[in-house]
Design a binder for this molecule. Structure first.
Ligand code: UDP
Length: 361
């Protein structure tokens, strides 16, 4: 019996991968002829950036931990290729599933493609058209080398078609991240916080190099957030990359911002739903706020998720803090952007992917 099982290897490495893995893993589990294993490459390995997500998402512990963290990006990618080569050669998967746009997504595609394994990229086709963004090259490499491309929105299909991918490889299945959000949202209502939540608050997340790597730029953003906080208190879960850049005292200097460690998924989605508005540079948060109908201001010059702007509640502000000031003035005057939910963000993307994979294999 075991010989007839189709072997699927999922490779994940960082926080935004875990909520994308869950719907695919869970739906494939319903097919009794599939054996699945999870490889965690270890870009994020702290409990609050990794372990808590596996617990809350109901995912099994990863079968293999590659512990690739620290060092330069190229150290991680080079090391990753070598380590994943061994896993691939030992397991001989029928399909390798890669997710999103992290380093593990690109180095796994390189190794799997060189060894001749079939690759499925979940969340394919997104493009910011900005190669200075580290994730953009991961997206391009992964899509270029993948055999099956599962897109979350129709712009992904256009981008892939323009890049020469054939229609038979592209599957518009909807957004797996929204599957997890829909499934887990009821549980978020009973979550206990370690800090007091103001009745009215805004939520902020920032971790992209363009916002946080320059100390003065980051300080300028936080000083302005403190200003906004006088009108509406701010909860700011600090990503490790951002925390590493901060030299000033947080909770004692800024009275209107509640700085906290990265939150668990259930805590975070509760806040996303109940926030008066969100300021972010996260890809996933742009999507989740669009689904939840929460106004979102994105502190970036471009987005790989344009549908959140054209259909959703997202406003692409730019990276200049003065532009945020203009948008905030408009918002506080009561002019709030309304949005609608993009097509196929319906909680069923994972089951569509599983069905297609079962047919392919
Ligand atoms: N998230 C979380 N806790 C936090 C911040 C974000 O659980 O403190 C979740 C969020 O709901 C979304 C994902 O992490 O599902 C987004 O990850 P991140 O912003 O790190 O990456 P990006 O989407 O920008 O690649």
């Amino acid at each position: 019996m075991i010989d007839k099982m189709k072997k699927i290897l999922h490779v994940v490495g960082a926080r935004p991968n875990f909520m994308k893995l869950r719907p695919v893993y869970e739906n494939l589990s319903k097919y009794t002829d599939m054996k699945q294993i999870i490889v965690h490459t270890g870009q994020h390995f702290d409990y609050n950036m990794s372990g808590v997500f596996f617990e809350q998402l109901g995912l099994p512990k990863p079968d293999i931990n590659l512990e690739i963290n620290g060092g330069t990006v190229l150290n991680q990618i080079g090391n990753g290729i070598l380590k994943i080569e061994k896993v691939l050669s030992d397991f001989i998967p029928d399909l390798v599933c890669i997710y999103g746009d992290v380093n593990a997504t690109s180095f796994t595609s390189i190794a799997a493609s060189k060894l001749g394994f079939k690759i499925a990229h979940i969340e394919a086709g997104l493009r910011s058209f900005d190669k200075t963004m580290p994730e953009e090259t991961n997206r391009i490499i992964a899509d270029c080398l993948s055999d099956y491309l599962f897109t979350p929105s129709i712009d992904g299909d256009y981008n892939l078609t323009k890049e020469g991918k054939s229609p038979e490889q592209i599957f518009f299945v909807g957004n797996v991240m929204i599957d997890s959000l829909i499934e887990l949202m009821p549980k978020s209502k009973i979550v206990k916080f370690k800090f007091d939540i103001p009745e009215i608050f805004a939520l902020v997340t920032l971790h992209r190099p363009s916002n946080v790597d320059d100390y003065n730029n980051l300080l300028g953003i936080i000083i302005y957030l403190e200003e906004i906080g006088k009108e509406c208190k701010i909860i700011f879960p600090i990503h490790p990359r951002t925390k590493a850049k901060i030299e000033f005292k947080l909770n004692s200097t800024f009275k209107n911002i509640i700085f906290v460690d990265p939150l668990s998924y259930l805590e975070f989605i509760f806040l996303e739903k109940n926030a008066r508005f969100i300021i972010t540079d996260s890809g996933g948060v742009q999507e989740e706020s669009t689904f939840l109908g929460t106004p979102c201001f994105t502190l970036r010059d471009n987005t790989e998720r344009p549908i959140t702007v054209t259909k959703g509640t997202n406003i692409l502000v730019g990276s200049d803090i003065n532009k945020l000031k203009i948008q905030m003035d408009i918002f506080f005057k009561g002019l709030v952007k309304k949005g609608r939910i993009p097509d196929l963000w319906d909680g069923k993307a994972g089951s569509r992917i599983a069905k297609i994979i079962s047919e392919i294999l």
